[in-house]
Design a protein around this ligand. Structure first.
Ligand code: ZN
Length: 465
């Protein structure tokens, strides 16, 4: 047999094995999902507990000592502890709730409710797409309404206490409603198209769904900043002045196809701040938070933008898109085994009649819960990649002076360092971070790691010149 034939045979055998496993009547899938989701939740709680002793430290790390006033450091420690306490309790509460939904067969119940609503409006069970849309809506309300008080507590108690909340009650309500509307407006057609492809392509759905997901992601990149973000924030062209001049000059030197330069009113909701770019390969837009502009000098914001343009230069967003496509592919490739096994849905209290038809959406949602432990590990891998990219972008900013042969950029590393410190201080970000907690949760290296690396790039520079 040729190597390719061997590979296909192996993949076929694997799928066969998986199908047998899923159809096995003695597999208690509900129990496994409970075990899997609780293990992930308890692991996350354990990570938070590892963080707690660090909030009792009375001094920042040595590199940051000069930048934190005693008072600010104390505040950042208190903020960190409050956030961690909130995460611990809300995480356990959410998991208890999800666990109850599973235990009491709420997924099967929601499917039946969706079925009766469908029948009432003239669409019987043969209209799987309609029933799935209704199912998604029922499940959405059942599972997300209990989260509203938590989110309100976070905004109006936790963030308020530490002086970050700028959201009024009215804004909170309209934001929540707008979020739902956007969710339905995008999620509905997405789900319908997803199912249509399934029905049309049959068992060879994987490549078609992949193409569909890719198209959807690209569409989101295009419409998110222009259609969705403006529903929540206001983007205004950045005013003439030093910052605009610096940004435009930097962009043109790097041949970055800058089309529009915006300031965003991030401060309407919160004082946390940042900058980002978006757009098509030939027409890009840069968005800077008004808070960043207020907190840092123009030359420091320029260094932050140099870092962002580093992401563009190394094509980091495209690389991440490729990684996420591979990820989606592996998930989809495992799914067929679950769609051909009525026993799988039976394990979650679906009636024999419903399970025999194996509706796609409920199967897919439950199938993803089985993957949760694996997804947690993959998430850490993705974070590792993203951190590497952050270091690369920092180095890019630091070494711009050589790339552009521009003397006045030889302090870019220092400026970036200053901006990062200001961001951290103003946001009261936690500076003492447990390594395992960070590996699991953070897509960015910690401030201390970045400052150390920046120092290294500058040292390297001095040696080479
Ligand atoms: Zn970055």
């Amino acid at each position: 047999m040729s190597p390719t034939a061997t590979m296909f045979a192996a993949a076929g055998a694997l799928e066969q094995k998986l199908t047998e496993l899923v159809s096995n009547e003695s597999m208690d899938w509900k129990f496994y999902v409970q075990v899997f989701t609780w293990s992930v939740c308890l692991f996350e709680s354990y990570l938070l507990l590892r963080q707690f002793p660090l909030y009792s430290k009375t001094e920042p790390p040595a590199v940051l000592k000069d930048h934190f006033k005693d008072d600010t450091f104390k505040k950042s420690q208190e903020y960190g502890r409050d956030k961690a306490t909130f995460s611990l309790y809300s995480g356990l509460l959410k998991q208890a709730l999800d666990s109850a939904l599973l235990h009491y067969g709420v997924y099967a119940w929601s499917w039946d409710i969706a079925g009766s609503i469908g029948s009432t409006i003239g669409y019987g069970p043969e209209h799987e797409i309609i029933q799935s849309l209704l199912f998604a809506a029922v499940l959405f309300f059942v599972s997300s309404i209990p989260g509203i008080p938590l989110s309100a507590y976070q905004t109006f108690v936790l963030e308020e206490k530490h002086g970050f909340n700028k959201t009024s009650l009215g804004l909170f309500v309209t934001d929540t409603l707008k979020g739902w509307l956007v969710g339905f407006a995008l999620g509905g057609p997405f789900l319908a198209a997803f199912l249509k492809i399934f029905q049309w392509a049959g068992d060879s759905f994987v490549p078609f769904l992949m193409a569909f997901f890719l198209a959807f992601q690209i569409l989101m990149v295009l419409i998110y900043p222009t259609v969705i973000q403006p529903l929540f924030n206001k983007l205004t062209p950045l005013a003439e002045g030093e910052l605009r001049k610096r940004t435009e000059s930097l962009a043109s030197k790097l041949h970055f196809p800058l089309k529009h330069l915006y300031e965003i009113d991030g401060s309407k909701r919160s004082s946390h701040s940042n900058a980002y770019f978006f757009g098509l390969p030939w027409s890009k837009h840069i968005v800077i938070f008004d808070t960043l502009i207020k907190q840092s000098k123009a030359e420091e914001v320029e260094a932050v933008l140099a870092h962002e343009l580093g992401h563009w230069y190394y094509m980091h967003p495209t690389k991440l898109l490729v990684v996420s496509q591979v990820h989606i592919f592996s998930i989809l490739a495992l799914f067929p085994a679950f769609i051909h096994a009525p026993m799988f849905l039976r394990a979650f209290d679906f009636s024999a009649e419903v399970a025999a038809r194996t509706p796609v959406i409920p199967s897919f949602i439950l199938f993803q819960m089985i993957l949760m432990p694996m997804e947690a590990i993959i998430g850490m891998g993705m974070n590792a990649i993203s951190r590497r990219f952050e270091f690369e972008a920092d180095q890019f900013a630091c070494e711009l002076q050589h790339k552009l042969k521009s003397e006045d950029m030889n302090d870019m590393g220092e400026r970036l360092g200053k901006a990062l410190i200001t961001l951290h201080v103003e946001n009261l970000s936690t500076v003492w971070v447990d390594w395992l907690y960070s590996a699991y949760h953070h897509s960015h290296p910690t401030l201390t790691e970045r400052l150390k690396a920046l120092e290294g790039y500058r040292q390297g520079d001095k040696k080479s010149t």
